[in-house]
Write a new protein. Sequence first.
Length: 446
Amino acid sequence: MNSDLRIAGRITPAAEAPKPPSRRRFIAGALAAGAGTVAAGRAAAQQRGPVEALGIDGPGESAIVKLPEHTRGLGQPVAARGYGLPSKWEKGLQRRESPGLTRVSAASVSFTPLQGLFGIITPNGLHFERHHQGWWDIDPSQHRLMVNGLVSEAKVFTMDDLMRLPAVSRIHFIECGANTGMEWANVAVPTVQYSHGMLSCSEYTGVLLSTLLEMCGADLEHGKYVLAEGADGSSMTRTVPMERALDDVMVAWAMNGEMLRPENGYPLRLVVPGAQGVSWVKYLRRIEVGDKPWHTKDEVLHYVDLMPDGTHRQFTSMQEVKSVITTPSGGQVLLDKGYYNVTGLAWSGRGRIRRVEISVDGGRKWREARLDSLVLPKALTRFNFDWVWDGSPAILQSRATDETGHVQPRINQLREVRGTRSIYHNNAIQSWRLADSGEVFNVQVF
Ligand SMILES: Nc1nc2c(c(=O)[nH]1)N[C@H]1C(S)=C(S)[C@@H](COP(=O)(O)O)O[C@H]1N2
Ligand SMILES: [Mo]
């Protein structure tokens, strides 16, 4: 087996890490609970005998004698950990760096283990990271945000100043523009963690940028753009059109109920719902109002799309409609034929997800998945799909449509327009090939 698979969290845990409850066992348990066929029931029994699971050895044995330690003894005291941590059995689920992707890991990416997560919220400790110049843990009492440029009154805010202002809390996804970028030319990585894991979704709390712009008297007649600047050494400066800035852009200090993590921009970051991650400037220290785009290095040299005719597309910040099946996905192994809940995530920078369709035959027939959890604008949307696997090879795909009518393209449709030399904005339909052995592989279907 490919060694990459061994470092992919819930799929196959690292050799030294305790084995997490695998998706396999989870499914086996669900089947044993009633829905399973005879074959599936037998497989479940091999994983963990139902009798043994109750702590009873067999006829004649007293159940009490065999009760497990955790039923008989005294458990751990409260506040043994002032800040709670996941179970030791979950140690295999980690953010992972793609080895050799960049020369130094201070300018690299760690990927979210999408295959091991549930619902739509990414736990803060598993949020993907993208740093151009490493991360910092900045003293919030020293941190300042300046708003200047085409404003009637430039201001400098402390964190205390900002946190007194009217706040909003909103759930949004963040996706790096380079997510799935390695798949432009060919199949490149084995698992969904590496193909789609520059993607996370959180509840952010902060003040709307429009509130700050109003407080500083932004000149909206001439001020058509804002520049966001970070306080790290990467000179991460990005132009945001005023229309977007006044809409739903936030200056956020909190993520999922607590202050931002240092890796994600503590104590302050820009949240630009629907736009590629690079616009979400971390360690935010300055907002400037101006009358034209700045054409900074990260807008001219990087984050441009190389087109087949040799020209570059610039300022393509919209994250278009996209989806991916997270289970079953590359590197996972299905236990046996029978029932599976096919599940995954869909999202669009343009608004809500309207529909997700699933194909199990490589795109010939499509059937609608259930969107029976939260469906929010510019947020991850969880889909589920009932499927009975007959044990024969299959190709699983998901295709999302957003509320503006945009439909996720096939990889060859995208290549016809964009060629194969892009890095950014690959929102193609993802295909997973399920072999009759139950193993799942990343493939491309044209
Ligand atoms: N100050 C600063 N902001 C930054 C970056 C950075 O390197 N420095 N990286 C950008 C990029 S390219 C992305 S994809 C997102 C990643 O955010 P995350 O690390 O919280 O996942 O932050 C953006 N904001
Ligand atoms: Mo990014």
